[in-house]
Design a protein around this ligand. Structure first.
Ligand code: UTP
Length: 476
């Protein structure tokens, strides 16, 4: 029988020499054909061809490195707020929260390849005493802010096709950990196909499906501005605006130390008139593998470590400290207006390329091939590329023990593994107790529920100074 669908697909694919995607078409069931056709329909093959052609073009940031200077910055208080500057910022941030002008977004669409966990990373049990999951810890921080400031707070959660169904089931099954269902906006980000490094041809993951992966955390911009939310026909950005939200606090699912909706950071953001504020840590080594936030002209940029020439990374100021010192830790505050403006400009977020090992189906044999060397080019967008579009952007320096311990690597790895991250949570909470005059014995695990206290400030007055913690303890 004449196959109209196949003919139409071939017409779409032929100009880009991607007809191989239909190699196994005739052996697929009708449902499988529909699935494959839907995947192909979503791809902008002209854009893909251009991205592949440009794959070796130097990143724009490379040309900026030579002119890079340090960004304007504020320092987050290392202990309970002490300086008056931090106090003013804290008060300004609290005022925004009381007025209900801030919301939060959690990006949780990554595939978590390095961790090697069989579920979305947010479901990983990480609490050192409670065994709470990353999702629960994040949700309870938002709930703590709702309770403290007496205002409902919209909470956006970005998933991807790889994590969506299981995340929705998990969050629904746990009743959104106390948040109101109407306040949780789950958005599924888009995907990009992986192409063969040698030919630019899209890889087949199996006979009836393309090798697709999430389009990077920068996919958030599109997800916020295109996804319809469960609560209605609005996009998430429209929902946020209609609820009077002006500021969106952003963090990634893997870092349980982050102070979600930190009043101090919100305060620095609003007092400096910034449209995008990013948290950074001070690099200890010029070649640390972090994105470098720099100022060029009147704009901020992130230069990836791989794009920063060593001689530029090594440059020092007259006091001996590094000139390029601000390492991004992927915690940001965006003005909703900035997101809205950038969502209308297709070039706001460029694609970055990465060479990766991607399993694929051999077109001759139909067998799956697992390459031992990178064989594919993947394309991703990064949300920090909005920095140069933002007016008055600043960074806020934080200290890693109190803000940054991302879960990246498999158990047993020397850093950013379940064991080290769990220990980092316990160490941070032990230091909060110490600030309240409570001493934990050596080797004891301590964990404080965000609903008990989500900062050293919130802990003040909740436990008696002079108390001692002798065994593993969960404060809830
Ligand atoms: P990473 O780049 O560390 O990726 O994402 P990952 O998925 O956690 O782990 P690997 O690299 O596969 O081992 C940093 C954060 O950005 C989110 C992730 O969920 C994580 O919170 N992310 C990443 C997305 O939401 N979407 C993406 O497309 C990529």
């Amino acid at each position: 029988m004449f196959d109209t669908m196949k003919t139409q697909l071939l017409e779409k694919l032929a100009p880009f020499r991607q007809e191989h995607l239909l190699t196994f078409w005739d052996s697929l069931t009708a449902a499988e054909q529909q699935h494959l056709a839907a995947q192909i329909e979503q791809i902008d093959f002209a854009q893909l061809a251009q991205l592949y052609a440009d794959r070796d073009k130097p990143a724009e940031s490379l040309t900026l490195a030579d002119r890079a200077a340090e960004p304007p910055f504020e320092q987050f208080s290392t202990v309970r707020r002490s300086t008056s500057g931090a106090g003013n910022a804290y008060a300004a941030g609290e005022e925004l929260l009381r007025q209900g002008k801030a919301a939060a977004v959690l990006v949780a669409g990554g595939q978590g390849t390095r961790l090697g966990f069989d579920h979305p990373k947010g479901m990983y049990p990480i609490g050192p005493v409670s065994g709470k999951t990353l999702f629960q810890i994040h949700f309870e921080k938002v709930l703590a802010a709702v309770r403290r400031y007496g205002h409902r707070i919209p909470y956006c959660v970005m998933t991807s096709p790889a994590t969506h169904a299981e995340t929705v089931e998990f969050l629904t099954g746990n009743k959104f950990f106390g948040l109101k269902e109407d306040d949780v906006l789950i958005l599924c980000q888009g995907t990009m196909p992986a192409v063969s490094m040698d030919s630019g041809k899209v890889l087949l993951a199996d006979k009836g499906g393309l090798a697709l992966s999430p389009d990077g955390h920068g996919g958030m911009l599109k997800a916020l501005s295109f996804s319809r939310t469960a609560c209605g026909r609005q996009t998430a950005l429209e929902t946020l605006k209609s609820r009077g939200i002006e500021y969106l606090f952003y963090n990634q699912v893997d870092n349980p130390l982050v102070r979600i909706l930190s009043p101090e950071m919100l305060g620095y953001h609003v007092l400096s008139g910034s449209e995008l504020t990013s948290q950074v840590i001070r690099k200890t080594n010029p070649l640390d593998k972090v994105g470098n936030v720099v100022k060029v002209g009147d704009k901020l940029y992130v230069i990836e470590y791989s794009d920063l020439p060593n001689d530029v990374a090594e440059r020092r100021k007259s006091d001996g400290s590094l000139q390029i010192w601000a390492g991004s830790i992927a915690v940001h505050i965006f003005n909703v207006e900035l997101l809205e403006r950038c969502s209308k400009i297709a070039s706001s977020l460029p694609f970055h390329t990465a060479r990766k090992k991607v399993s694929y189906t051999d077109l001759q044999t139909g067998e799956t091939v697992k390459p031992s060397e990178p064989n594919a080019v993947k394309f991703e967008r990064f949300i920090f590329d909005l920095l140069p579009s933002a007016k008055n952007a600043i960074v806020v320096e934080v200290d890693p023990p109190n803000h940054y311990a991302p879960l990246k690597n498999a158990p047993g790895s020397p850093e950013f593994s379940p064991e080290t991250v769990s220990a980092d949570i316990s160490a941070m909470h032990t230091s909060w107790l110490e600030q309240s005059g409570v001493k934990a014995a050596d080797g004891v695990n301590v964990e404080i529920s965000p609903l008990f206290a989500d900062s050293p400030e919130a802990l003040a007055g909740k436990i008696a100074a002079g108390a001692a913690v002798e065994k593993d303890t969960y404060f809830e």
